[in-house]
Design a protein. Structure first.
Length: 411
């Protein structure tokens, strides 16, 4: 049942403006996060179109924006990369299978009303995982940022050391593009926060790539992107798909928690209450439906949800307007996408994930709740050294044992 939470004195103009604003910033982010997840850029746009529509019709948060996000993109990549080669048909099939799995897990969780347990998950564990993912994402952008190939057997620290040791092998023009774009993003966010820096950067560098033939000068562009609506895809199943299950449960957990954190933080601004269990079903349905079009696994986006709110959104209708922007891009603007430099998109990714670092929370926990600061640190280190699923499991187990010990002491 569709539930639009219309406030008093509602003006559809507010949702239209917010939807257009968020839709515009979704385009470069969706393409960037698709590359991050091991998919061609077009699948990021698919991962924005259908989830926005499904969640707008089924979700209970007026402001939550659903689509590709950096953390989940890298989680998808780390889940599938050991078993299938990224940017291949087999990998796309694996993404479809994984998306169906995650969707069914979340739908089942909503039906079983597991959303009521959300408040028991320590914020410190979630923050430790998210901040570790931010490190992983930043390091993963070294190749497109500097046009340098890294050996596959290096860990994250070793990749940074390798870059420093072979700094003379980076492509100068690519590096200049990346560093300049990153500096502009941070500077303008400080002095002109409302200026659409990411969109302007992509537009200017895309035009420059076309006029000055930057591809011939060694700048790697996005390249050919299919035009038109996606086709319905039926996945091929095999016993090897069972290898994806741990990652599917991990992604289902992380996307649920991340989306719930965002939705709950702004729930007091809407007239009708946010419903955790119904939202879990809506999140699962969005993944399940969009998976059949090869969509990159969607989740609630922190930065786009906040932008949606700040731009004046009042109901889920803003999500439908944003979906129309994505649809227009798919039908008419994909030839333009060819000329977007990958180094600029890398800068947008690094800039976006920088804000996943929650330094105030770390400081607060260290001074007022040392045990939770330890949970955060262990989850952070465990995620970087053991893997995404293992890291968050270690953090949750540590928090559970720690809380049990505290309860015993108090009793």
């Amino acid at each position: 049942m569709v539930q639009f939470n219309f406030p008093k004195n509602y003006r559809i103009r507010d949702d239209i403006i917010a939807g257009l604003t968020v839709g515009a910033i979704t385009i470069p982010q969706a393409m960037a996060f698709a590359l991050l997840g091991g998919l061609p850029p077009i699948y990021g746009l698919y991962g924005s179109l259908f989830p926005l529509i499904v969640y707008a019709l089924m979700g209970t948060s007026n402001y939550l924006n659903l689509g590709p996000v950096s953390v989940i993109s890298i989680f998808v990549f780390t889940t599938l990369n050991p078993f299938v080669t990224p940017f291949t048909d087999d990998y796309i099939n694996a993404v479809i299978v994984l998306g169906i799995m995650i969707g069914l897990i979340q739908i089942t969780g909503g039906v079983l009303k597991l959303g009521r347990y959300f408040d028991y998950i320590p914020k410190s564990v979630v923050s430790g995982f998210v901040q570790a993912a931010a490190v992983v994402i930043m390091v993963s952008q070294i190749p497109p940022a500097f046009k340098i190939n890294l050996p596959n057997n290096l860990n994250y620290i070793e990749r940074i050391v390798y870059l420093i040791g072979y700094i003379d092998m980076v492509h100068t023009l690519t590096s200049v593009f990346f560093i300049s774009a990153l500096m502009l993003l941070f500077i303008l966010s400080r002095f002109a926060p409302k200026f659409p820096t990411a969109i302007v950067l992509l537009t200017l560098t895309g035009v420059g790539a076309f006029i000055f033939g930057l591809e011939k000068q060694g700048i790697v562009l996005i390249g050919e992107v299919p035009q038109g609506l996606p086709k319905l895809l039926w996945p091929e199943w095999s016993i090897s798909a069972l290898n994806y299950l741990p990652g599917a449960f991990g992604i289902a957990f992380v996307t649920t928690v991340g989306s719930f954190v965002m939705a709950k933080n702004v729930a007091d601004r809407q007239p009708k209450p946010w419903d955790a269990n119904r939202d879990m079903i809506a999140l699962g349905a969005a993944k399940f439906v969009s998976a059949f079009f090869g969509s990159l696994v969607p989740a609630g986006s922190f930065n786009r949800s906040i932008l949606n709110l700040k731009a004046g959104a009042k109901t889920q209708l803003s999500g439908l307007i944003a979906a129309l922007v994505v649809l227009f891009t798919l039908l008419f603007l994909t030839p333009v996408v060819y000329y977007l430099p990958q180094s600029i998109i890398a800068a947008i990714i690094v800039y976006s994930v920088y804000f996943l670092f929650d330094f105030p929370l770390v400081k607060e926990l260290w001074t007022s709740n040392r045990s939770h600061a330890i949970y955060l640190l262990i989850t952070f280190l465990g995620t970087l050294t053991l893997g995404f699923v293992q890291g968050i499991v270690v953090g949750l187990l540590l928090a559970f044992v720690g809380n049990k010990l505290v309860s015993r002491k108090q009793s």
